[in-house]
Design a protein around this ligand. Structure first.
Ligand code: TEU
Ligand code: CA
Length: 550
């Protein structure tokens, strides 16, 4: 594998690829992707040019939230394989220079986790305090009181997935808190025994050679110690109709970030990336003694306008303290796929290439969600095929997350080569054309564009580590920026629209000869003159300043 600088650090200089294991590759014909399937596709991933894989949860789970409800943190769900399969996957990945990070879901467990089974068994069980149990309160007049004699829930907190966040447990006469489904009770992070046990889980995987973790809903570990009501907000669904002052992002988090970092720092080159709810946390949760990375989800909400993206980058660059490294994503298993979000239609692939060129040339670690490298769009899922719990609950206001979780299309054969059985979720409707084999054979495909971008990024110190400088203060239809490292200057120019655009820069470009390193336009001669850059429709171009040019 190419290693051009001595100080290469995989999670900072590399690109991380998210796999949703149910949907990547089935190896045994049950219609559900599994670990051996992933192992069989490692050559594809190494050839793509990514540096690390993040696997969404693979632990034993009753699958109420498809693995985000864990019933044993130190084993593998039989649907996905065995620990031996996992060890083999890890060894084979490492042999190809690919790191592997696991998804740790530590805000909550499954309601079938033995810890919760014990906790709910009696009020004096030693594990009672491992979860958040509260007495009912006297029903306020007109207030919600679901159980006769049970009073009302302890406060007004809502579940992300709908309804109250409190579930009454008649056996012991108390409510327990669940920020997501009632099958996902929240752990009590104030309890030192919980913390110690959870850090032991981390060491279990680190000792096996896992390279790090994606920490699910890291922002929610602590709830207000006084369980105060959230103030109201304007929104459509219950969760959105409150300001989350008291059920997220509590001050106690600082100590836990330090503790988690301490666990990781006992091993060489391990990392954690936090899933956090907003931009403020994406900035506050990273840096020395905190997380290595935290997802900045700004791009998931941007309209397809260069200025919106540029502003998102600039506010991030300005807000991150020294020693904190940026992190960008265009999609994941919870949000609409970006080709659909950015408008779909006949120009979707052209836009996808522009978006990919942006994601992979910013200063920060990019995450690529499986299928993005094919320009995979959302797939419409008929109501009777909906699998995702919030989709079932909120249809038709919200159809759930199945549309962005459809199986990876590998070839044009039956079920796209994903399975020999019946896929758990339908494939993209255009899989006969949109699949790995077909795009592999087409030099102009989205896949081959990703490969070239990833190769260039890996070879380029400016793209990996250089500074970021936007070249026009108010870009309208195209975007241009410089990435500069000692000895290398790269100009990235992106036309967001389907007509020619001349971008006027605030000041002339550094003088010299600009050589095209990569372009969506074949044989491109990039027109850079003074303070003007002219771009063809949907052109994405990377130019390098010839080092010895006058
Ligand atoms: O997601 C956290 C979360 O709150 C949202 O992304 C949520 O899934 C979305 O708003 C849908 O309504 C994480 C995981 O990424 C997600 O898949 C899990 O379902 C959730 O935590 C619970 O573990
Ligand atoms: Ca399988």
């Amino acid at each position: 594998m190419t290693r051009l600088t001595d100080d290469y650090l995989w999670w900072r200089d590399g690109v991380i690829y998210q796999i949703y294991p149910r949907s990547f590759q089935d190896s045994n014909g049950d219609g559900i992707g599994d670990l051996n399937g992933i192992t069989a596709r490692l050559d594809y991933l190494a050839g793509l040019g990514v540096d690390a894989l993040w696997l969404s949860p693979i632990y034993p789970s009753p699958m109420f939230d498809f693995g985000y409800d864990v019933s044993d943190y130190e084993a593998i769900d039989p649907v996905f394989g065995t620990l031996a399969d996992f060890d083999r996957l890890l060894a084979e990945a490492h042999a190809r220079g690919l790191r592997v990070i696991l998804d740790l879901v530590l805000n909550h467990t499954s309601h079938l986790h033995p810890w919760f089974v014990e906790s709910r068994s009696s009020r004096d069980n030693p594990k009672r305090d491992w979860y958040l149990w509260r007495d009912p309160v006297a029903p306020r007049s007109g207030a919600y009181a679901p159980h006769s004699g049970a009073g009302s829930p302890p406060n007004n907190w809502e579940s992300v997935f709908g309804g109250r966040a409190w579930e009454y447990d008649p056996a012991t006469g108390q409510y327990y808190y669940h920020q997501f489904l009632k099958e996902q009770p929240d752990l009590n992070w104030r309890n030192p025994a919980v913390r110690a046990r959870v850090y032991q889980v981390m060491r279990f995987w680190l000792d096996r050679g896992v390279d790090g973790f994606r920490l699910d809903v890291l922002h929610a570990y602590f709830k207000d110690d006084q369980f105060r009501d959230n103030p109201p907000a304007i929104g459509l669904r219950g969760w959105d109709r409150q300001q989350h002052l008291y059920d997220l992002d509590r001050p106690e988090m600082a100590d836990v970030l330090r503790e988690i970092r301490g666990v990781l720092d006992a091993y060489p080159e391990r990392m954690a990336v936090g899933e956090v709810a907003d931009f403020g946390m994406a900035v506050r949760y990273v840096g020395p003694h905190k997380m290595h990375l935290a997802f900045n989800f700004d791009f998931l909400r941007q309209p397809w306008l260069p200025r919106a993206f540029q502003q998102a980058v600039q506010r991030y660059e300005a807000a991150l303290p020294a020693g904190a490294w940026p992190c960008y994503v265009l999609g994941n298993h919870d949000v609409d796929r970006f080709p659909t979000r950015f408008g779909g239609g006949p120009y979707a692939d052209a836009r996808t290439k522009v978006a990919a060129a942006l994601l992979l040339t910013l200063r920060g670690t990019p995450f690529v969600y499986y299928g993005e490298e094919l320009g995979l769009p959302n797939t419409r899922i008929p109501r009777d095929e909906i699998q995702d719990p919030p989709g079932r609950r909120y249809w038709p206001i919200y159809g759930g997350r199945d549309p962005e979780r459809t199986p990876m299309p590998w070839d044009g054969g039956p079920n796209a080569g994903f399975t020999t059985g019946q896929p758990w979720l339908r494939l993209n409707a255009d899989y006969a054309r949109r699949n790995v084999a077909a795009q592999d054979a087409d030099p102009a495909s989205v896949l081959n564009f990703y490969r070239r971008l990833l190769r260039l990024r890996r070879e380029s110190p400016a793209l990996r580590r250089g500074t970021f400088r936007a070249l026009a203060r108010r870009p309208v239809e195209a975007l241009a920026y410089l990435r500069e490292a000692p000895g290398q200057t790269v100009l990235v120019a992106l036309n967001f629209f389907g007509w020619e655009n001349t971008l006027k820069l605030d000041s002339p470009l550094p003088a010299g000869a600009w050589r095209v390193r990569l372009s969506t336009v074949p044989g491109d001669q990039a027109r850079v003159r003074g303070n003007r850059v002219t771009l063809a429709p949907f052109e994405a171009t990377l130019l390098e300043l010839e080092p010895n040019s006058p």
